[in-house]
Design a protein around this ligand. Structure first.
Ligand code: LCS
Length: 409
């Protein structure tokens, strides 16, 4: 195994986990599209199953292409071991099923991705698991919610879609004092912008569907930890639940990661400018972006994150109706859920990604009905601005009394 520990993150994106192909020297990691692996003898097969021989046996239990991806992402997260999964939700459910059981309790960010919350509240509750959702931007709320039975503190930072930012190091101290593990969903940042393990998290989780893959053509997830016992426990659950990634899917993500640094930085530059612009449009009530001084955790974002990312949330003065008109009026931005791809995506969390939470939980988590979420891609800034402007101007025209047109700046 090569030690890439001293390389910069751009080099790691290209080289981490990529070992020379011994057969033909292929530069790209081969796709081992095989469900099973032949043994040279019955003794070898038995040795592989006993663990005496660490060779591959069956793809649900491990695959060379998948291993390359796991090593790559673990190195990007600053070291440890990875466990790739069929989706981000397979990673979330693996964490829950591994560390929560009857009588166990979890404290979690209130504005997490909708299904990460409803899986715990609606399904795991049937097995006696209890959860408390709090505004984790104040670590005191986390400390107050801890119980003797708390096994997990689960943060999503920045949260989806509020972009609320929680202090990972402070929450790690609170979790560890209580004998609980800290899990951080790092999907919105990618390892390029945030490394939770360095800040005390025990497990980091990604929906690789987003920035890591980056091309809106794969659904995948991953877990990374520096504690081998935690990895062993999660792997045991994952392979039995069957949430294993497919080798071709793993290879596509590996390919996407090669340009992670370029994509994330390009999108961020455009997002910074668009966030500033949006705040000046007469149709917009407010803009939430970690890079704006108006963001409530802007100072924390500056120290905890290595950049502000390319997710923007904003509220239109005309509420839900205005949001609907805006989404129906964009031409270059794509009206679709998901995020972190090369194309700019726009969506309405209250009726789409966070509809499953229900209105009360959404209101408590700050997910207002008029909130629009923008995942900025790598298109030309001027094109995106022009597209958003023509759509926002339509909103102003439609919502001005007596049809008086007001043209945005
Ligand atoms: N964690 C976060 C922060 C997410 O945003 C998502 C998906 C997941 C986990 C689950 O990952 P998946 O299983 O989809 O790979 N977020 C989505 C979103 O905001 N729009 O569509 C999917």
């Amino acid at each position: 195994m090569k030690d890439h520990g001293k390389l910069g993150i751009e080099s790691l994106c290209v080289h981490a986990g990529q070992h020379p192909d011994e057969l033909y020297g292929g530069v790209s990691v081969p796709i081992y599209q095989s469900s099973t692996f032949a043994f040279e003898s019955a003794a070898q097969g038995a040795a592989r199953f006993s663990g005496a021989d660490d060779g591959y046996k069956y793809t649900r239990l491990g695959n060379p292409t998948t291993s390359a991806l796991e090593e790559c992402v673990a190195q990007l997260e600053g070291g440890g071991q990875g466990l790739a999964t069929a989706s981000g939700m397979a990673a979330v459910s693996t964490v829950y099923l591994t560390f929560l059981g009857a009588g166990a309790h979890m404290v979690s960010t209130d504005s997490v991705y909708g299904p990460s919350r409803t899986l715990a509240e609606r399904e795991l509750s049937r097995f006696g698991v209890e959860t408390t959702y709090v505004d984790t931007t104040d670590p005191a709320n986390v400390a107050r919610a801890i119980r003797p039975s708390t096994k997990l503190v689960y943060l999503e930072t920045p949260g989806n879609p509020t972009l609320a930012i929680s202090d990972i190091a402070a929450c790690a101290r609170i979790a560890h004092q209580a004998g609980a593990l800290l899990v951080v969903d790092n999907t919105f940042c990618s390892p390029l912008l945030q490394r939770p393990l360095d800040l005390g998290a025990d497990i980091v989780l990604h929906s690789m569907t987003k920035y890591l893959n980056g091309h809106s053509d794969v659904v995948a997830g991953i877990l990374v930890t520096r504690q081998p016992d935690l990895l062993t426990r999660m792997k045991r659950v994952l392979v039995q639940v069957g949430g294993t990634i497919d080798p071709h899917q793993a290879w596509l993500v590996l390919r996407g990661i090669k340009t992670l640094a370029l994509r994330v930085r390009a999108a961020e530059q455009t997002a910074r400018r668009l966030a500033q612009d949006l705040a000046t449009h007469p149709a917009v009530a407010w803009v939430r972006y970690p890079g704006l001084p108006s963001h409530p955790q802007h100072e924390l974002a500056k120290t905890q994150m290595n950049g502000f990312g390319s997710m923007i949330s904003f509220e239109l003065k005309g509420g839900v109706e205005a949001g609907r008109l805006l989404m129906d009026s964009v031409r270059l931005c794509v009206l679709a859920v998901s995020l972190g791809g090369v194309e700019t995506l726009i969506q309405h969390p209250a009726s789409m990604t966070h509809a499953s939470m229900g209105p009360e939980a959404r209101r408590a988590a700050g997910i207002t009905d008029g909130l629009v979420r923008l995942s900025v891609g790598i298109e030309t800034y001027e094109d995106l601005r022009a597209d958003l402007w023509q759509a926002l101007d339509r909103v102003v025209t439609a919502t001005t009394p007596q049809g008086e047109a007001q043209v945005g700046v």
